[in-house]
Design a binder for this molecule. Structure first.
Ligand code: AMP
Length: 394
């Protein structure tokens, strides 16, 4: 295999950055091999307990470090990549571009784009639709621009893949003026993951993506499911925010919206408390009363814990219900893909879906377990954009 840390083809590495509210996930990709040379996280940025994890091959290093902001964190990441002993590159200019995960691109960004002043301004603007996610991405991009001033920065949006949904799938049954006034509609998230596993499914099935009807289930801490018809997302379970749809670790997914007013009145809750309940105290954690982690629930259910077993049943039932809906939406399905932490690892879900959907699925329908790699797709899009293979269009 080609070794990007040696030889002349050094200038082909892409740094992928994914900024959360107090953390950064990073990976440096060699674009010859499409493999990660190093990766890790910077965590608790802004606190005294900040640290960086740096992984290269089988080795993992944890370093406590003063990371007061994103600039210092990305600078430290860059230092680690360049470190003469543990690093993977010798010069900063061996990094040819930086790809950033950005959660919300509104209705405007239907593809990945090279970031200029306008794009940066719009990412900030869409913070009002993703107040927890777009501000850290914006700060991360600004920091990376200062640290790597000579190279292009690319934004890859979670919402972009779902911009192909038809109106009947994205319009809510609310007064239409609210859509026009506040851009309230279904956006969908995890787009990079749904797109990545769709591409992989087509390779596995040895059929062109534009001939396939796929249902992709991203089942991790956050969960969403998409109907991908001939390569385009035509519906997805997350909505205006990532709260709608499937049951998740701590998020409730679909509920009767009238419950919100009812509970706020009965329990005398503030809006903030209500949002906390729906986002952080519900889902697998809420039903089981024990854990948001599927691994814990599987162990508990095995030991006879009824609520843990119920949480797992409700989780799988909701997935099955959406699969049924999306078979109707696409008038058929060629394959169902299970991905992310739960989807890839909990074989019982695949087995149960196979059994329970037995009457609905044709014998040709496959259920595939595919490892998702959003960072890799971000690196590939970044590489294609800087090389002009795809254009930086909206
Ligand atoms: P993710 O957001 O993709 O990291 O997925 C996190 C979820 O995947 C958590 O609920 C984990 O419990 C679950 N998960 C990860 N690995 C396993 C595993 N080997 N078996 C069961 N669940 C797992």
């Amino acid at each position: 295999m080609y070794d990007c840390s040696k030889g002349q083809l050094l200038k082909m590495n892409i740094l992928v950055i994914n900024c959360g509210s107090s953390s950064i996930k990073y990976q440096l990709f060699c674009m010859e091999t499409k493999q990660a040379l190093a990766n890790g996280t910077a965590e608790r940025i802004g606190s005294r307990e900040a640290f960086i994890v740096y992984k290269k091959g089988n080795r993992s290093y944890k370093l406590e470090s003063e990371l007061t902001d994103y600039f210092l964190a990305i600078e430290k990441i860059s230092e680690l990549l360049l470190n003469p002993e543990s690093g993977v590159i010798k010069h900063k200019d061996e990094i040819v571009a930086v790809g950033h995960r950005v959660v919300h691109g509104g209705e405007e960004f239907k593809n990945s784009v090279v970031i200029d002043k306008y794009v940066l301004k719009r990412i900030k603007f869409y913070s009002k639709l993703a107040p927890l996610h777009n501000p850290p991405a914006y700060n991360g991009i600004k920091a990376a621009m200062r640290i790597f001033p000579k190279i292009k920065q690319v934004a890859v949006f979670d919402t972009a893949f779902h911009q192909t949904m038809p109106q009947e799938a994205f319009v809510y049954g609310l007064p239409f003026d609210l859509y026009k006034k506040y851009s309230i509609r279904r956006y969908g998230f995890h787009g990079t993951s749904h797109r990545y596993v769709s591409d992989e499914a087509a390779k596995i099935l040895k059929k062109p993506l534009d001939s396939l009807k796929l249902i992709t289930c991203h089942l991790g801490n956050g969960c969403s499911i998409s109907a991908v018809k001939y390569g385009s997302s035509v519906d997805t379970s997350m909505g205006f925010t990532p709260l709608e749809g499937l049951i998740m670790g701590t998020r409730c997914g679909d509920i009767d919206p009238a419950l919100i007013g009812y509970l706020m009145r009965e329990e005398k809750m503030t809006i903030h408390q209500m949002e906390e309940l729906l986002n952080r105290k519900s889902g697998l954690l809420g039903i089981s009363g024990k854990s948001n982690d599927m691994r814990d629930l599987l162990v508990l259910a095995q030991k006879g814990n009824k609520r843990a077993a119920l949480a797992i049943d409700v989780f799988i039932y909701r997935v099955k219900k959406y699969i049924g809906a999306y078979i109707a939406v696409m008038n058929g399905v060629d394959a169902i893909v299970l991905t992310a932490g739960i989807g890839e690892n909990v074989l019982m879900i695949k087995e149960r879906l196979e059994q329970e959907l037995n009457n609905v699925l044709s014998h040709k329908t496959k259920i595939l377990l595919i490892h998702t790699d959003e960072e890799k797709l971000i690196a590939l899009d970044t590489f294609d954009l800087i090389n002009g293979v795809i254009s930086s269009s909206k």
